[in-house]
Unconditional design. Structure first.
Length: 760
């Protein structure tokens, strides 16, 4: 039995990579200095894994930006537009981030989510006659680097089929999978070089084996791996599947001529039995038993049961133990958390601890009687037991309340048409009501107040009065330019999820639990460890204050349950739906309090609904069912006359419009301007009955849109959606913008509204 790792986090325990990249981009350090930082991180990661006792240690899991972009550079699939800078050392970063200097203006490659994680990769671009040539020595250099340390590392390479499937056809009339024959020679070249260098194992990441595949794609799998085997009969290769079970690809996967097949037993424990039945005698099995996507300590007893089941069928020699997927998706090291509560800390494991878990599991499974190992098992059993029983986690009142949820919780009192009339009577909004999505610029000054307050440099009262002044200023400004529904500006919030997590029971926060989101960007998700409930109002103070300053309507501003769930580390001891219902009840209580405080319009943001979609379409309905239900639980407590808004950005709605409609928000605002209102087609085709605010300008750019542009967009909108249903607003919140452009853009937006009203 061996242990191996699929990949280690590469941002560095102190986010060294982020800092070095950003310094290099701003010209503060040289390319050599940047490379040195990368090298230090790799050496440190290898040292950690070697000292822990991992048998097969990965290399080429490092990246300065993204492993898919590395592969694109390696295969030479460099889009035409970079031809002028092809010789420069920063071609790589130009592909990642675009390049705008010395009269050159080239866009970046498109970025998209890595399966259902919060990591984003750069999408390869393919032409019909795409040629591939070996174009980088990164893989070989990193292998040699590890070898110099005495480690015969396992290069991790995105498998050829998954690499193609991750890409996008940039020309019509061809299928990217047909490029497999052009691509294969580069892979053969890589393997041949690695063989010469002395590589023993190679890991091909083929996550698409857990997804629905068509006949051509399946054939491509058989083709490439047979060719690879034919050319390299002695090279040992691992095919790594993760983020789901093999399901209908089981026979295909186990019959590929690999040496090791890796399966994800965290996402699909049930597949073990079927794999054990189907696995041919030459194939070894890697059990992905330590969760690479979450931060909980492994339950050793549970893992040992899997190992035993597999060992009975295959024998110890044919087994490897591994994390379910690369540890890229977990923070580096729990030891760096100095202020975590001791009881909670005892339930957690970050990448470094997960590595130790694998080594310990192997020792126990192979019968070690070493005292150290025996006591680790006992400690683990105690930690798992304490999680099962701790009163910090289990709150009977919350559980009873979730159990008591019935249809009344998720149903507004009346149907939309009746609500709309009632709201019209009370709110008296004009045609094309103008509003914004919530936040106003979080200037350096606003952020500095929060930092000073956190450091104790200003008192709570001082912080409060600074925020009040800023809020008052934006309320007055919004009144003056003529917005119809105002917002308080969200100056008191650091982040739309963290702010609520900090005010809810059942959440905790790390100080260093960073995970790479893309490039140098990292996120530090809150940890939901226990039953969630709200013990006091979270936002009423600011909404009430803002409303007291004006006779116009001020929108209450909340983050929805699905988004809070989606952007946190979530408990694994109960279904996600259950955790989400608890959050929904907490938000519901806040909605009720806002209404009681006289707030007549309440927005519940749900930008993450779409990204929560399961990888396989067959699982979509089940997810959407509880996700929509949770939104409705949060929203349905109010009177007919209280208007509920929701907001969603970066979404496509075509295939989920029925569920979006089932959310039954009185108003939905969506990001729309970059698609030139195309996103509205889904609503139009569905005859979506409720009100819609399609974003009329892109808030991701400092560019100020003209009145005419926005009028043109609104006319497009009006052509497909009746005017009585339309609201006018920007694409999203304005917190990342500066004031000068915000002022000009919103004034132009109001001019556009005035023109529209005059025109109807
Ligand atoms: N209300 C939030 C804001 O305006 C919404 C942010 C989002 O959708 N991502 O900042
Ligand atoms: Zn948004």
């Amino acid at each position: 039995m061996q242990t191996h790792n699929l990949g280690y986090p590469r941002i560095g325990a102190q986010r060294e990579l982020k800092k070095a990249c950003e310094q290099y981009w701003s010209g503060k350090i040289s390319y050599e200095q940047l490379e040195q930082t990368g090298k230090n991180i790799r050496l440190e990661n290898w040292k950690i894994q070697k000292q822990a006792g991992i048998d097969i240690i990965p290399c080429n899991d490092f990246s300065f930006y993204d492993q898919v972009l590395d592969m694109t550079l390696t295969t030479g699939a460099i889009p035409e537009r970079y031809a002028d800078i092809a010789m420069r050392p920063d071609l790589y970063f130009a592909m990642a981030r675009g390049c705008q200097e010395h009269g050159i203006d080239i866009t970046a490659m498109e970025m998209t989510k890595w399966f259902d994680t919060n990591y984003h990769y750069l999408v390869p671009e393919f032409l019909k006659n795409q040629q591939f040539t070996l174009n980088s020595n990164k893989i070989f250099n990193e292998f040699a680097e590890a070898k110099a340390l005495g480690i015969n590392a396992k290069p991790v390479i995105i498998g050829p089929v998954s690499y193609l499937l991750l890409g996008k056809e940039k020309e019509a009339n061809f299928d990217k999978i047909d490029l497999v024959e052009n691509l294969l020679p580069v892979y053969l070249q890589i393997l041949s070089k690695l063989g010469t260098q002395g590589a023993e194992y190679i890991q091909f990441d083929e996550p698409f084996l857990t997804m629905a595949l068509n006949h051509k794609e399946k054939t491509a799998y058989e083709f490439v791996y047979r060719q690879i085997r034919k050319k390299f009969p002695d090279l040992k290769f691992i095919i790594a599947t993760y983020f789901g079970g093999l399901q209908d690809n089981l026979a295909l996967a186990v019959n590929l001529p690999a040496d090791v097949l890796h399966i994800d037993l965290v996402r699909d424990a049930g597949q073990l039995e079927n794999v054990l039945k189907a696995i041919p005698a030459h194939l070894r099995l890697s059990l992905g038993i330590v969760d690479g996507r979450n931060i909980w300590k492994n339950d050793f007893q549970k893992s040992l049961n899997f190992i035993q089941q597999a060992a009975e069928a295959l024998g110890h020699e044919r087994l490897l133990l591994a994390p379910s997927c690369s540890l890229l998706h977990t923070p580096c090291d729990l030891n760096l958390e100095k202020s975590l509560d001791a009881e909670i800390r005892n339930w957690l494991a970050f990448a470094r601890q997960k590595i130790d878990e694998l080594v310990t599991l192997k020792a126990i499974a192979t019968g070690s009687t070493e005292e150290k190992i025996v006591s680790r098992l006992q400690e683990n059993t105690r930690a798992v037991e304490s999680r099962k029983t701790s009163v910090r986690i289990h709150n009977p009142a919350v559980q009873r309340r979730v159990q008591s949820i019935d249809q009344h919780y998720s149903r507004r009192k009346s149907a939309f048409a009746i609500r709309k009339a009632e709201q019209q009577r009370i709110l008296k909004l004009p045609l094309f009501p103008a509003t914004t999505i919530g936040s106003f610029p979080q200037t350096a000054e606003v952020r500095s107040w929060r930092a000073k307050f956190k450091k104790g440099l200003i008192t709570a009262a001082e912080y409060d009065s600074l925020l009040k002044e800023e809020t008052k200023r934006v309320i007055e400004w919004q009144e003056q330019i003529g917005l119809d529904v105002l917002v308080h500006g969200e100056f008191e919030r650091n982040d739309m999820v963290e702010y609520f997590g900090e005010r809810l029971e059942g959440f905790t926060f790390t100080t260093n639990g960073w995970v790479q989101s893309y490039g140098s960007r990292c996120v530090k998700p809150p940890v939901i460890f226990g039953d969630v409930h709200r013990s006091r109002a979270m936002t009423v103070y600011w909404s009430e204050y803002a409303q007291s300053l004006t006779t116009k309507l001020v929108k209450g501003m909340l983050t929805g349950p699905v988004t809070i769930l989606q952007w946190s580390f979530v408990r694994d001891d109960q279904p996600r739906a259950q955790t989400c219902r608890q959050i929904a009840l907490a938000i519901r209580d806040e909605v009720a309090d806002l209404e009681n405080a006289g707030i007549k319009v309440i927005q519940i943001d749900e930008p993450a609904i779409r990204e929560g979609l399961p990888l396989r379409k067959t699982d979509w309905d089940a997810y959407l069912h509880w996700a929509v239900e949770c939104f409705r639980i949060a929203a349905s407590v109010v009177k007919d006359s209280t208007q509920i808004h929701t907001h969603m950005c970066y979404s496509e709605f075509n295939d989920i419009i029925k569920h979006i409609a089932a959310m039954d928000a009185d108003v939905i605002t969506i990001e729309c301007s970059r698609s030139q209102m195309e996103l509205l087609d889904a609503f139009a085709a569905f005859h979506y009955p409720n009100d819609i605010g399609p974003g009329v300008y892109d808030i991701h750019s400092p560019r100020v849109p003209s009145k005419d542009e926005m009028v043109a967009l609104l006319e497009k909108a009006q052509a497909v959606i009746p005017a009585e249903q339309l609201w006018v607003n920007p694409d999203c919140g304005l917190k990342t913008r500066h004031w000068p452009e915000t002022e000009r853009a919103l004034k132009a937006m109001i001019e556009a509204v005035t023109a529209m009203r005059a025109g109807v």
